[in-house]
Write a protein that binds this ligand. Sequence first.
Ligand code: PEP
Ligand code: MN
Length: 262
Amino acid sequence: VSRDFHPSNSIVDVAGFPVGGEQLAIMAGPCSVESYDQLYEVAIKVKAAGAQFLRGGAFKPRTSPYDFQGLGLEGLKILRDVADKTDLRVVTEVVDKDDIELVAEYADLLQVGARNMQNFQMLKALGRTQTPVLFKRGLSATISEWLNAAEYIAAGGNGNIIFCERGIRTYETYTRNTMDLNAVAALKELTHFPVIADPSHGTGRWQMVRPLARASVAVGADGLIIEVHCHPECALSDGDQSLVPRNFEQLMDEVRQIAPAV
Ligand code: PEP
Ligand code: MN
């Protein structure tokens, strides 16, 4: 994945959208798919605001086994259906090597979450496909560990990798994670693959998502993934860091002032 072997930027085509090209890739939607109506309601809003990708978890890697684990296959079907109706691409997480084929049937971009960054068996299996991978940074992973883990995908023959900085564990407890903007700048130097930013998980607080989205774009991110929910107070996961659609629209307006091609 090193720039040493490929000095120019690689563009990753995801269902016709060139991630890493001129235009920022904007992925938005709820943390979890909760129902058809919930997803449809938010999808039309994020599409109108300018997103090209609909995010939503069907298989959720929750810290506690007693928390909502996602709708599974039903969630994938809802995602595909809503995305097709609203002309969006689907990005969703895969948490098990045995689910890759199933999730890839419904998704355009497979997310590897922070908790699976070093699930090497899954990474090797993803390397044997050509499906684009959104590769999130591990909870406490160094930049070198993150790049090395990506090699498992690339070495297998899958050259469709998009990195995603999502904050790291530090001594700070006010925020859920510490959004490491250094890593965005470092990766832009170290790898030829696109790098996007997730200020929702990077901060854990909706009030901080817009400022850190602006900062991520200013520092050179190729796109953003943002949690948006029409009723965050009722969200089954990550309501505290979810923007309402009106705030997401404002985020888009602000980001356009930094990167006019959005
Ligand atoms: C998510 O995108 O909802 C998620 C679980 O992200 P992460 O793996 O970065 O915690
Ligand atoms: Mn989430």
